[in-house]
Ligand binder design. Structure first.
Ligand code: FAD
Length: 420
């Protein structure tokens, strides 16, 4: 009987639910591991899972300074899509989409992946042209895309204001039908459980506070709040804390800025929004969770911070954009808002690479979009660590591109983190 199946549900229900095993062990650190992953977010846990599953490397520890799911993996608005223009991004994110499509079965854990579509709204003829170009590029790469007229959009999202006298009239949109949402904490728990079952030690409340190096400068382990731990290889996947953690190894300059991004959820409502909608004339994205709350967000706060909470002006900004698109939501009550620390790269694309020091591997630069990347990021980072070389899918996601100029700037926005 599979550990999580309808039969085990019935068997456990009949025995008072006293026989469930914890989803992962509370592991005690060993003196040394083949691989240490710093950061027990989605990316770190997925990396450990795929190291064990795809490469047979099971002598692995994931070190998390807080608790699993306490970082961005448990704080995001859960949008999953692969609607990119540039080949490096579109191939990588489409591989992630394919992994998402099989993830619940692979992990034997329901990550509630819901392919309800992601619709980008267009508000000018020029934006429609840009979407047609992006949609064509996606279809040529084998990715689903549908260009929608204003009438199509009105039928698809009845609550949206598509009237000609709207503040930003809707001209149409680009839909990726296979896009959607997933349950964020289930993704963290599913990968944690999957990695644990394959022998990985997940060690919570264990902050990395330094790096151990040999005489040649190679990283040989980490210093933590629970003592020193040796390692053959150390992967760093700490999202918004990347600059802080790498500074512990003496690296002071990275093409990353840390900014707060907030998210908001309304009181629960009956089902009314059956897709993800993004506003094309400003920055707003919205979907409805399975619990009924409208989940939405907008721009980063606009100044650098390591605080996991936001400031009030962006609340007003996001709320006003929401009402621009959906005036009928004006009487909704906001239930909660929260913030996460974003690792904004200078071109808006990620970094999955060997280095920057011998024995170290880096996974970072996820900006607004790292949740959807979680499976492919873990898969590619595991490959990179196991083989000491990137996979074709992440070969372009180097640190060196900021030196050589071969940046992957999807929007052509330049080195301005809040425009990506
Ligand atoms: C409000 C918000 C909305 C978002 N919406 C979306 C979205 O809709 N779609 C999307 O694709 N992406 C979205 N994102 C981005 C996405 O959540 C992140 O890019 C992604 O989760 C980052 O990877 P992670 O899960 O590994 O990060 P995290 O969960 O932050 O994991 C990093 C971990 O490293 C740990 N750590 C830090 N320092 C140390 C240390 N010294 N020692 C040990 N551990 C350490 C942290 O405690 C943390 O748990 C959003 C983010 C936020 C904040």
């Amino acid at each position: 009987m599979a550990e999580y199946s309808v039969f085990s549900l019935i068997a456990n229900a009949l025995t008072g639910n006293r026989s469930w095993k914890p989803a992962w062990r509370a592991a005690t650190p060993k003196p040394r591991y083949d691989v240490i992953i710093v950061g027990g977010g989605g990316h770190g846990l997925a990396t450990a899972y795929y190291l064990a599953k795809e490469h047979g490397i099971t002598d692995v520890a994931v070190l998390e300074k807080g608790y699993v799911g306490g970082g961005n993996v448990g704080r995001n608005t859960t949008i999953v899509r692969s609607n990119y223009l540039l080949p490096a991004n579109s191939h990588f994110y489409e591989w992630s989409m394919k992994l998402w499509e099989g993830l619940s079965h692979d992990l034997n854990y329901n990550v509630m992946f819901s392919q309800r579509g992601v619709l980008n709204l267009a508000h000018s003829p020029a934006q429609m042209d840009a979407y047609a170009r992006r949609g064509n590029a996606m279809r040529l790469a084998g990715i689903d895309a549908e260009l929608m007229t204003r009438e199509d959009v009105a039928r698809f999202v009845p609550d949206l204001d598509v009237s000609p006298d709207a503040r930003f009239p809707v001209h149409g949109g680009l839909l990726q039908p296979r896009g959607g949402t997933a349950r964020h904490d289930a993704v963290a728990w599913g990968f944690a459980r999957g990695a644990d079952r394959r022998g990985v030690d997940i060690i919570e409340n264990c902050e990395v506070i330094g790096f151990l190096r040999d005489g040649t400068g190679r990283i040989t382990g980490v210093e933590t709040t629970r003592g020193e731990i040796g390692a053959g290889k150390v992967g760093v996947a700490v999202a918004g804390s990347t600059s802080q953690v790498l500074s512990l190894a003496g690296i002071q300059h990275l093409p990353i800025e840390s900014h707060v991004l907030q998210a908001f959820v309304s009181e629960p409502l009956k089902p009314l929004l059956d897709t993800v909608v993004t506003f094309g004339a400003g920055h707003l994205y919205i979907s409805q969770s399975d619990k009924g709350g409208l989940v939405f967000g907008g721009d980063i706060d606009g100044y650098n911070s390591y605080a996991q909470r936001g400031n009030l002006p962006i609340v007003e900004d996001v709320a006003s954009l929401l009402l621009t698109m959906f005036p009928s939501y004006g009487r909704l009550r906001l239930l909660r808002s929260w913030g996460g620390i974003m690792d904004m790269s200078m071109d808006g694309s990620p970094i999955i690479t060997t280095g920057p020091l011998p024995g170290m591997y880096l996974n970072s630069g996820w900006c607004y979009g790292g949740f959807k990347a979680t499976p492919a990021s873990g898969w590619c980072f595991a490959w990179t660590i196991a083989r000491d070389a990137p996979h074709d899918l992440n070969a372009a996601f180097t640190l060196d591109r900021f030196h050589s100029g071969a940046v992957i700037d999807e929007r052509g926005a330049g080195p301005v983190p809040w425009h990506h």
